[in-house]
Write a protein that binds this ligand. Structure first.
Ligand code: AMP
Length: 224
C-alpha cells in the first residue's frame, strides 16, 4: 500500500507516518527527517539547506525530489509500499511525484489529509519545542510555516480529491484515536486496492465520524 500525507505542521505526520509504516511493514520516508539528518551531519547538502530549515522556508524542489526518487527506488526493491511524510509540499512537487510514481509504477493509493485547527497546531508545536528543541519550533517560525502551508501546500488537497484518493481525517483528537481511525480506514481500503481500478475510486471524508457517534475526544500532543 502506498500512502502520502498532507498536513500542516503539528498535525501529527511524524507520529502517524511511523505508525502506518510499522503497521504495514513499509518504509517511512520523511523529507524533513532526511534533511535534518544532513544538517546534523554537516554534509554539503546539509549546509546548503540549513538556513531554509531554520527560517521555516521550503528547500528547492529539486533537492527533495532527488531524495524522493532515491527513496522510492529503495522502497520498490523492499516490496513496493511506502508512506511519504512531508512531500509533496507544493503543486510542482505533487506533479513531479506523480510523474515519478507513473515511471516506477508506484503512484500513491491514498493521500491522507490530517486536519487540525491553528490554535491546536501552535499549542502542540510549542509543547514539542520544549522537549525536542527543533530550531524551527519557535513562535515566529511556526507562524511562517503555517502561512506557507496554507499558501502552497493546502492547494494540493483538492488535486488529490479530484483524483479520488483523498482520505480526510480529524487530527484534533489524541494520537491514539487518530491512529486507530487511520489504520482501520487503510486496512479496509487495502483489501479493495487489487479489485478496484484507480479510475473507479472515490475520496472519503472521515472528519465527521467522531461527531456522528457522539465522540468528544480531547486533543493530545503528537510529533509532526
Ligand atoms: P517537516 O519535518 O516536514 O516539518 O519539515 C521540516 C522542514 O524541512 C520544512 O520546514 C522545510 O524547510 C524542509 N522540507 C521538508 N520537506 C520538504 C519538501 N517536500 N519541500 C521543501 N522543503 C521541505
Amino acid at each position: 500500500m502506498r500512502v502520502l500525507m498532507v498536513a500542516p505542521p503539528g498535525a501529527g505526520k511524524g507520529t502517524q507516518g511511523a505508525l502506518i509504516a510499522t503497521h504495514f511493514g513499509m518504509p517511512h520516508i520523511s523529507t524533513g527527517e532526511l534533511l535534518r539528518d544532513h544538517v546534523a551531519r554537516q554534509t554539503a547538502l546539509g549546509q546548503a539547506v540549513r538556513e531554509h530549515l531554520e527560517r521555516g522556508e521550503l528547500v528547492p524542489d529539486q533537492i527533495v525530489l532527488d531524495m524522493l526518487r532515491e527513496a522510492m527506488i529503495a522502497a520498490k526493491a523492499a516490496g513496493g509500499g511506502f508512506v511519504l511524510d512531508g512531500i509533496p509540499r507544493n503543486m510542482p512537487q505533487a506533479r513531479a511525484a506523480y510523474q515519478m510514481g507513473c515511471e516506477l509504477d508506484m503512484t500513491a493509493d491514498v493521500a491522507l489529509h490530517l486536519q487540525a485547527d491553528d490554535g491546536e497546531l501552535v499549542r502542540r508545536l510549542l509543547a514539542r519545542a520544549a522537549l525536542e528543541h527543533r530550531s524551527d519550533d519557535t513562535a515566529d517560525i511556526i507562524a511562517q510555516r503555517l502561512a506557507l502551508y496554507y499558501e502552497v501546500t493546502s492547494p494540493i488537497v483538492s488535486w488529490y480529491r479530484d483524483r479520488g484518493i483523498l482520505v480526510s481525517v480529524d487530527a484534533m483528537r489524541s494520537a491514539q484515536e487518530v491512529g486507530r481511525e487511520i489504520l482501520a480506514a487503510l486496512e479496509a481500503m487495502r483489501s479493495l486496492l487489487d479489485y478496484v481500478p484507480a479510475q473507479a475510486r472515490h475520496s472519503v471524508d472521515l472528519t465527521g465520524l467522531g461527531e456522528a457517534f457522539g465522540a468528544t475526544g480531547s486533543p493530545a500532543g503528537t510529533s509532526d
